[in-house]
Ligand binder design. Structure first.
Ligand SMILES: [Fe+2]
Ligand SMILES: [Fe+2]
Length: 405
């Protein structure tokens, strides 16, 4: 999982719009999520939103006193029943270690006589990278470096979690191998940026430490359905973001960096295929549960993995980084709508038939979202353009140089 950002102002507008148009799925901030010590998690809804019966994830209540378990025992059993399928269909998407690239392959070799020449060449290539591009790249790298949080996150999914840290189940083999692949991303970007001399590594390292300490809010609530929908979305977003930094690196004259971002993007794409394949299977074996989970995650909005980032100085660091990524077209609100549309098409959601009443409502809700989000993203884009003309922010990551938002 890597860097993906959605400007919070846009996200707020999207949430507002969804609430207005689909009050059926509205939820109040005062709702309490009660985490039980033993599984499953219990989610209680507040009275205001349940008065007429509200959609609450994978069940719909009409008594106004909604309370239910999440995820259901049935979902957990379905996930467990898919272990042999995962072994056959998901694990082959992992690359054998011997065939994987390693960060060392793309960095100056300290043990070589030509190290100094390679280092000077790296510094020459990175010298002209624009500051706003560096902010995007550093944000992406810090997001990758918060990997411990993401492995912990995957281990919150009921029916999937690794209870021994060396469990041989296909789900657990996947989690550990996925983490091992991801571990190379932050490592390579970190070393490359360090050697460039263009970024204040102490501030970058502090931000990473703060971020790992903070964790992230995903609203997945231990559900493997929600969790795999979240990871499908994030891997796609990460792929887009790294592919864009690769394209811009080339435009700015650093072909090596373009290659680096490109190989990372390629890993993310492979991970996206794995997670979307898992969710595709859930749509096949439990279409009602899967479409309700998808609607639930879309209603809650996909939060970005690094949304709690902080460098010890700037309390709106993530928002500012997101604004720069939006302006630079590294990751935008339009991408968010595109991903949603892509997933709807991949999982053929419009074609799913014989759904329950609740699932049918969720299906209609989900299918209506991309066009509305696109309109909002266009409006937000105009606002961002106006904003960019008047606002800039100093980023500690690049020695407090100012960058337009
Ligand atoms: Fe990934
Ligand atoms: Fe990654």
């Amino acid at each position: 999982m890597a860097s993906v950002v959605l400007h919070s102002a846009i996200a707020a507008q999207i949430r507002l719009d969804i609430r207005v148009v689909h009050t059926r799925w509205r939820t109040s901030k005062s709702c309490k999520i009660v985490m039980a010590t033993a599984t499953p998690v219990t989610l209680r809804s507040c009275g205001r939103d349940t008065a007429q019966g509200r959609f609450l994830g994978n069940s719909f209540h009409s008594n106004g006193k909604a309370s239910r378990t999440w995820p259901s025992q049935q979902q957990i059993e379905i996930i467990r029943s898919l272990e042999s399928w995962a072994e056959e269909m998901i694990l082959p998407l992992l690359k054998p270690v011997e065939k994987c690239w390693q960060p060392h392959d793309y960095l100056p070799n300290f043990s070589s006589d030509t190290f100094m020449d390679e280092l000077l060449e790296l510094k020459r290539r990175t010298f002209h990278l624009p500051n706003d591009y560096l902010v995007c790249l550093v944000g992406d790298m810090i997001t990758e470096e918060a990997l411990p949080t993401y492995q912990s996150f995957l281990n919150t999914f009921e029916g999937v979690r690794d209870t021994t840290v060396a469990s041989p189940t296909p789900w657990n083999v996947w989690i550990r191998a996925w983490t091992a692949e991801e571990n190379r991303h932050g490592d390579l970007l970190n070393k490359y940026l360090y050697l460039s001399g263009r970024v204040d590594m102490r501030m970058v390292e502090k931000t990473t430490q703060y971020l790992v300490r903070s964790g992230m809010e995903t609203h997945v609530d231990s559900s493997p359905y929600n969790g795999f929908i979240y990871t499908s979305f994030q891997e796609r977003a990460t792929f887009i973001s790294h592919a864009n930094t690769a394209r811009f690196a080339k435009e700015h004259g650093d072909d090596k960096l373009a290659t680096i971002c490109g190989i990372i993007a390629s890993d993310e794409r492979r991970h996206e295929i794995a997670y979307t394949r898992i969710v595709g299977k859930l749509f096949e074996v439990d279409p009602n549960g899967a479409v309700l989970a998808f609607a639930e995650m879309m209603r809650k909005k996909i939060t970005m993995p690094a949304h709690l980032m902080f460098d010890g100085e700037n309390s709106s660091l993530f928002k500012d980084y997101a604004a720069v990524a939006q302006r630079c077209n590294v990751y935008t609100a339009k991408d968010y709508a595109d991903i949603m549309e892509h997933l709807i098409a991949t999982w053929k959601i419009e074609k799913i038939s014989a759904l329950s009443t609740e699932a049918l409502q969720a299906q209609q809700y989900v299918c209506s979202l991309p066009s509305r989000m696109r309109k909002l993203s266009e409006r937000a884009h105009d606002q961002e353009r106006v904003k960019a003309e008047r606002e800039s922010r100093a980023f500690s990551w690049i020695f407090h140089k100012s960058v337009k938002l």
